[in-house]
Design a binder for this molecule. Structure first.
Ligand SMILES: [Zn+2]
Length: 388
């Protein structure tokens, strides 16, 4: 833990940029792209395609069979995403983004397309967003609905209604319909080989603005940094941040990356949620202790199993504790995290600092959105009911 404290201080007291990848959503139940159980493997099931080809724009021009693989895979992925909830890492980033004052996270760049970020303000979705559909021709956007689900599950991309209207008007006005190409609706994500000028310009404007803001730390979380454009983003921020005496480029990832000497200063080989739990524990330790736990609190802890959802634990706690004994600066969460044994071990290695941790020492709290998690069958039933 002591190795992590200088990093925690930078995150808490200075301006940060955060860059995230699939690793932060794995604990939400969304598989990553490249692992043996990842999205690529799932995508090529029962097809002759290679995993990456499902995310390449050329798949849309290689025949109905491949379009069907793309459509059905995207529909499955959408249903997975509907059941996923933000993790402790999503909440940690959100807390830093909404932190009052001039410190905190000034921008989060994410490669994820799951739209799990609680706050969209100051978040740049580098590769788009699975929860919207977009026309391949005119660019019109629309939310995912029951017809989208039905058409994709049958292996087709829905035609763009806006393009169809334009085509009809052209026919009515005597223009040749063949000269107008009706687009198809596909998820609003950036595929390999696809270039979205407007999207790229927006990202570039954000980067320019962030470089001017003089960030102190770039925190990279849950990514193996394989995408060319993302590598360049890291290098640009590193160049700027390294002009500061205390500036740091830090990565939290389960596996150490190679080839980043002189650019990434600290490799923390750890699950992202575990890192966040350590940070929360450290941050909570900064708060002054207002009072000791009353006997009533101890009773409530004993009577409530640790696996009970947080909301229920708070409810149980309130049921046995008089409201007058509660202090605003001593929330149930801060009490819980401050008592947890969260001290990781550290393992220095040659050349570059690596931080290890005993996973059994980490309180790994599942994170829930306030709404009830729909089961896959419930999501399907809802979409089918809308279609009926
Ligand atoms: Zn269109």
């Amino acid at each position: 833990m002591s190795d992590l404290i200088p990093i925690f201080k930078l995150l808490h007291n200075k301006k940060s940029i955060i860059l995230t990848g699939a690793g932060i959503s794995c604990n939400a139940g969304i598989p990553d792209f490249r692992s043996s159980s990842g999205l690529y493997v799932k995508a090529i099931n029962n097809s002759k395609l290679k995993g990456k080809e499902v995310f390449d724009v050329s798949i849309l021009q290689t025949g109905a069979e491949n379009v069907a693989v793309f459509a059905q895979f995207m529909n499955d992925l959408y249903l997975d995403i509907q059941q996923a909830q933000p993790t402790a890492t999503h909440r940690f980033i959100d807390d830093l983004i909404t932190k009052e004052g001039t410190t905190g996270c000034i921008r989060c760049y994410t490669q994820n397309i799951d739209d799990l970020e609680p706050t969209k303000d100051k978040v740049v979705q580098l590769h788009g967003n699975m929860t919207r559909m977009k026309c391949t021709s005119c660019g019109v956007q629309k939310p995912w609905d029951s017809n989208t689900h039905k058409t994709l599950s049958e292996g087709y991309l829905p035609p763009c209604e806006s393009c169809l209207e334009t085509q009809e008007l052209r026919i009515l006005s005597g223009k040749r319909s063949a000269s107008y190409q009706v687009g198809a609706m596909k998820p609003d994500i950036i595929l390999y080989g696809e270039f979205n000028h407007q999207h790229a310009e927006n990202t570039l404007n954000c980067v320019k603005q962030d470089l001017k803001s003089n960030p102190d730390i770039l925190l990279i979380m849950g990514t193996s940094l394989k995408v060319h454009g993302v590598k360049n983003l890291v290098k640009m921020f590193a160049k700027k941040i390294h002009t500061k005496k205390l500036g740091k480029i830090v990565i939290v990832n389960k596996e150490k990356l190679k080839g980043w000497e002189g650019i990434i200063d600290e490799h923390i080989e750890m699950d992202c949620d575990s890192f966040v739990n350590c940070y929360n524990s450290w941050r909570d330790s900064l708060k002054p202790v207002v009072r000791k736990a009353s006997p009533a609190v101890r009773i409530s802890k004993l009577s409530t199993p640790p696996s009970t959802p947080t909301k229920q634990r708070v409810k149980d706690f309130l049921a046995v504790t008089p409201s007058s004994t509660l202090s605003s600066s001593s929330s149930p969460r801060s009490r819980r995290t401050s008592k947890a044994p969260l001290t990781p071990s550290s393992t220095p290695t040659s050349g570059r600092k690596r931080v290890g941790i005993d996973q059994s020492m980490v309180l790994n709290t599942p994170t829930k959105r306030s709404r009830t998690i729909p089961s896959r069958s419930n999501v399907l039933k809802k979409l089918e009911a809308q279609a009926a």
